[in-house]
Design a protein around this ligand. Structure first.
Ligand code: GTP
Length: 187
């Protein structure tokens, strides 16, 4: 009998208009939405396979943050992993990622949480403001996974979520297994 899907909750955070909804919808529904409607809060589900195990993902797409946004319970209770998104065309959105991660760590009272850092809109090479080297440097500093993606051209979207599941699994293993997952991140 195959193992039942593991439920895993993911929150997508980042500055407004970096493509959080677009990459979530591309991942869940495999389509690209060209219009910009600021998100209030949306939740999506998708079952995916990672290393022969199924995962029932609950993905919470948030309203864009700024440096004054306060991380609330909805963003952290039961959350297993975070996708922090910026746009490669916006240096400000890249800088904001550091603030967002600091808030997560403050809120959870931990010094490490599963994160994938995503540089979205990589199809817009001509408008690039953040280099791949800067992404790699920040990802290495945080000891997390990192990747550039494009919801528009469907580049690395599935891969980004796969990397996040791997980060979540790392924590699961380090904390002694299955049940430890979200519970110990939330404290
Ligand atoms: N070229 C390009 N445009 C993108 C990409 N992803 C999103 N966009 C566009 O960028 C705009 C903002 O995308 P959204 O997905 O609504 O951004 P968001 O981060 O969810 O925005 P908020 O809800 O305000 O936080 C829209 O016009 C999208 O079509 C991408 O990978 N490439």
């Amino acid at each position: 009998m195959p193992a039942p899907p593991k439920p895993r909750k993911i929150v997508v955070l980042g500055a407004p208009a970096v493509g959080k909804s677009s990459l979530t919808i591309r991942f869940v529904e495999d389509k690209f939405v060209d219009n910009y409607y600021p998100t209030i809060e949306s939740s999506y589900t998708k079952v995916v396979k990672h290393k022969n195990q199924e995962y029932a993902l609950e993905i919470n797409d948030t309203a864009g943050q700024d440096e004054f946004s306060i991380l609330n319970n909805k963003h952290s209770i039961g959350t297993h992993g975070y996708a922090i998104v910026y746009s490669i065309t916006s240096r400000d959105s890249f800088y904001l990622c550091e603030t967002i991660r600091d808030k997560i760590l403050n809120y959870t009272g931990t010094d490490w949480v599963p994160i994938v850092l995503i540089g979205n809109k990589c199809d817009l090479e001509g408008q690039r403001q953040v280099t791949k080297e800067e992404l790699a440097a920040l990802g290495q500093k945080w000891n997390c996974s990192y990747i550039e993606s494009s919801a528009f051209s469907n580049t690395n979207i599935g891969k980004a979520f796969d990397l996040l599941i791997a980060e979540i699994e790392k924590l699961d293993k380090a904390s002694g297994g299955e049940s430890a997952g979200g519970a110990c991140i939330i404290q």
